[in-house]
Ligand binder design. Structure first.
Ligand SMILES: [Zn+2]
Length: 69
């Protein structure tokens, strides 16, 4: 991720920028309504009230911001 970013940013104003990556807590996929919802700390519960959910992207990395130094 970082390596490919450096390649992509090379020669652009983003060169030398600092990548800020946050690892989200994950998301839930509700088997009842098919909705994807954000995961809260304690509750594994869909907005529709169903507890029949699965965590789908807990290891996914999200690019939050790029700080140009
Ligand atoms: Zn649901």
């Amino acid at each position: 991720m970082t390596f490919s970013f450096e390649l992509a940013a090379s020669g652009t104003p983003l060169e030398g920028a600092e990548l800020v990556i946050d690892e989200p807590r994950g998301r839930l996929h509700c088997r009842s309504c098919g909705q994807h919802v954000g995961r809260s700390d304690l509750l594994l519960l869909c907005e529709c009230g169903s507890a029949d959910v699965e965590v789908t992207s807990g290891r996914e990395l999200a690019l939050v911001s790029v700080e140009v130094t």
